[in-house]
Unconditional design. Sequence first.
Length: 254
Amino acid sequence: MPTDKLIIDTPEQVHLEFVLADIGSRFMAVFADTIIQLLLLLALIIIDELALRGVMFRLGSYQIWVIAILIFIWFCIYWGYYAAFEALWNGQTPGKRWAGIRVIKETGRPINAFEAIARNLVRVIDFFPGIYGVGIITMLLNSKNRRLGDFVAGTLVVHDKKGKESDLFFNTPGQKGDIAVYQAGKLGVPELELIETFLARRLDIPPEVRRQSAVRIADMICSRLGIDPQSRPTDTENFLELVVKEFRSRAQYR
């Protein structure tokens, strides 16, 4: 079991605890992703040989464009795979999801497309001279197991508590709470990211710190939405769950 833990204090004074992904977990993820990439490249080669080669003589001057398109697809599979998945899958690739890890910002928030692209542009350096030699050495030389791409993008790789996320949002799915949160759609994505990150990590936070963090976030949300804190549900975490539900419903978030 991994033991390297990282505690992040957000600007809202909420304490979030993460377990840093070790080299073993990251190697498992890279291994799985590499297998997927190889299968995609193999499929591309088969399509090239069976389909395109048979009609290439008919393409005439367009042959160069077909070859260019194939090279571009190969480039996207090899270089764009990680960046695309991490940007669209909230910091995960299929391999990372299988290994139970995720890329996040140093602040604990989810990464965006910019961080996903930046950290993977440096992957070629991390890979040098082979099998991620530079990346592994860099990870061994810093306490947060970060490769060069993580330093450039300001990211971390942490364990994703997927086994606990079945009840991460909505412990009480049928409960509507004491008030309706119709204003939740007015919140911005950063506020929702903070709530979701807290809810995802709450089971790892000490009880008293968890309670205080929930109250701080709820007070901030009430202030943003113009809700009297005294009128919100007595179960603060249930209130935060209701806010996320309402936001997703009205703003089509995710």
